[in-house]
Design a protein around this ligand. Structure first.
Ligand code: GRF
Length: 193
């Protein structure tokens, strides 16, 4: 049977990538590539698992970066692209080709607290419950259609780091389950064209 090809985009520590590597037999997808925009710990995690790493650093010319991203993705021919801590906005030329196949995981219960400081913003707002959201990527910031969410309780003494670490444990389970649902056909990636 044809393998379900998964590409991960990451810019950070890569703990979600690691969960996808460690639980490959659970989700059933094949991790065919990691794309990063900066040197980061996720790269070493991928290399240790023999997953090819492509690094596309952002220069002054953003459209050139998007072209390179598009070409790298086309070469990897993914069925699903998982943005897991990828700190870049994906350009329209990439979205036009892959929208409906790109999902993102975000450490808050969207539509609350979009953006890159979600955990901090949640604590500042005094929320009692937070969580994580997997959603399709569109041209907005964390605005795409929601696929799945899980709640995480906020404890009285939580710091940004303690809360984010607890959210990440839940995110690791959630992303493995969502990829499993795509790989098995329970959830469908869709194509604009
Ligand atoms: C996760 O909290 C994810 O929701 C956010 O970035 C973090 C990635 O963590 N978008 P890691 O780099 O996989 O450890």
């Amino acid at each position: 049977m044809k393998k379900f090809r998964v590409v991960v985009l990451a810019s950070g520590s890569g703990s979600l990538l690691q969960a996808l590597i460690d639980r490959q037999n659970i989700h059933g997808g094949e991790l065919v590539g990691l794309i990063t925009d900066i040197p980061c710990r996720a790269q070493a995690r991928a290399r240790n698992a023999n997953i090819p790493v492509t690094t596309i650093e952002v220069g002054l010319d953003r459209s050139n970066w998007n072209k390179k991203l598009l070409s790298a993705l086309n070469n990897l021919n993914p069925d699903l692209i998982v943005s897991a801590g990828f700190m870049r906005i994906i350009g329209t030329e990439v979205l036009e080709e892959f929208e409906g196949k790109i999902i993102n995981i975000h450490p808050a219960l969207l539509p609350n607290f979009p953006g890159s400081n979600a955990v901090r913003d949640t604590l500042i707002a005094g929320a009692k419950i937070t969580g994580t959201t997997v959603h399709f990527v569109d041209s907005g910031i964390d605005t795409g259609e929601i696929i799945s969410q899980k709640e995480v309780e906020i404890l009285p003494n939580d710091t940004e780091a303690s809360l984010h670490n607890r959210i990440k444990l839940i995110e690791q389970e959630l992303i493995v389950n969502v990829v499993a649902d795509f790989a098995s056909g329970k959830l469908n990636a869709w194509s604009k064209s």
